[in-house]
Design a protein around this ligand. Structure first.
Ligand code: F6R
Length: 365
């Protein structure tokens, strides 16, 4: 049941504080150490691994891009993230020193499952992140990290994504502690920051009226662009996918630095540009990119961390998220983008939970 909500999607968006919390606490012991129970990746195993691939489709792939960043940053292991339908056919370099992380809400996605099988046949170790106990992917993987999102009914994935992010951060932290690439102090800080995420999501959700107003302003647009740098680019990709699939508005994500290499030609009067600017080290550069598109007539909607008032000079609207460790910002910046897609979809009269031509679980290749 929709528990009083108009749609499953908005119910599931609102379930994210809890999903994130569950995913975290189920994997922490009383000393706040990560306990992986059934996952048996020892330090010796990790020392053997010289390559990690994260393979998934759609939204899960977007989570995998953030996962790559976290694993490389924390554990200093080279990671490649690929969409399953591409990974399979490009004859990737996989052997017994490879760790393949597959990410799949349903655990049944045909391309992801096929990629798993192929990598396994070449000797790779398989770690699955999935939301469904007993799914094909969970049964065929060597190790499974379950997300605790609870059942996701709406076709558009929301709470699965944020819980996948938490899972990937925890896996990255665990690898890093085993390999000795981060200090206990750093670990404690990130765990502490993760523990504070649910209440910060809650704060954004309490502000959804403001996002609904922005949806009203852009609902007639034919095209929209999403821009970001670093982690914000990956969230831009997720935001663009979400609005496309449920509201049928054409949207594209660009790495903000790529604008001047061609795509800025598309910017015209009143086109919505959603600019995500949560990363401190890239903030100034993002503000310049926003100014560039604004000067060409774009309607700029910025997502920034509280206190970064400087975005206001380059934006028509600003959605502030609570202050957060930059590395974890994706778990927060995606929330306003989910809400924006939801409200645009509702206002355009679309079938929010069951968009045309889409199925919840894609079991054909
Ligand atoms: C988008 C969406 C899809 C899925 C993709 C993978 O909102 O839901 O892009 O993320 O089909 O599905 P799973 O995670 O079940 O493998």
């Amino acid at each position: 049941s929709k528990g009083g909500y108009d749609h499953f999607m908005i119910k599931e968006i609102n379930e994210q504080p809890n999903g994130v919390k569950e995913t975290l606490v189920r994997r922490l012991d009383e000393n706040r150490n990560i306990k992986l129970d059934n996952i048996n990746l020892t330090k010796e195993d990790l020392d053997k691994i010289n390559k990690v691939y994260i393979v998934a489709c759609g939204t899960a792939y977007h989570a995998g891009l953030v996962g790559r960043y976290a694993i490389e940053k924390f554990a200093k292991i080279p990671v490649e993230t690929d969409v399953a339908s591409e990974f399979r056919y490009r004859d990737p370099f996989v052997d017994e020193n490879t760790l393949l992380i597959v990410v799949s809400q349903s655990g049944e996605t045909a391309d992801t499952l096929a990629a798993l099988r192929e990598a396994k046949s070449k000797g790779a170790r398989i770690l699955a992140i999935t939301n469904v106990v007993g799914s094909s992917i969970s049964r065929e993987a060597d190790d499974v990290f379950y997300t605790w999102a609870g059942p996701e009914i709406a076709v558009a994935s929301t709470k699965a994504y944020t819980t996948q992010l938490v899972s990937l951060y925890m896996i990255a932290l665990d690898m890093a502690m085993k390999k000795g690439t981060i200090t206990q102090e750093f670990y404690n800080q990130v765990i502490n920051d993760l523990e504070n995420i649910p209440s910060k999501i809650e704060e954004i959700l309490n502000n959804s009226d403001e996002i609904e107003k922005i949806a009203e302003e852009i609902k007639e647009a034919k095209n929209a662009f999403y821009i970001g740098r670093g982690l914000d680019y990956y969230v831009a990709m997720e935001g663009a996918l979400k609005i496309k699939e449920i509201s049928y508005m054409h949207a594209e994500a660009f790495a903000a630095g790529e604008l001047k290499h061609g795509t800025i030609a598309l910017i015209e009067e009143n086109i919505p540009v959603v600019a995500i600017a949560s990363q401190g080290s890239l903030f100034e550069k993002m503000v310049s990119n926003m100014e560039e598109v604004k000067a060409r007539g774009a309607y700029v909607i910025a997502v920034a961390q509280e206190g970064n008032k400087e975005v206001e000079k380059a934006a028509d609207r600003v959605i502030y998220i609570p202050k957060v460790n930059d590395i974890l910002a994706s778990i927060l910046t995606v929330i306003p983008l989910q809400l924006l897609s939801y409200y645009v979809s509702v206002k355009r009269g679309c079938d929010v939970d069951k968009p045309r031509n889409l199925a919840k679980s894609v079991t054909v290749e």
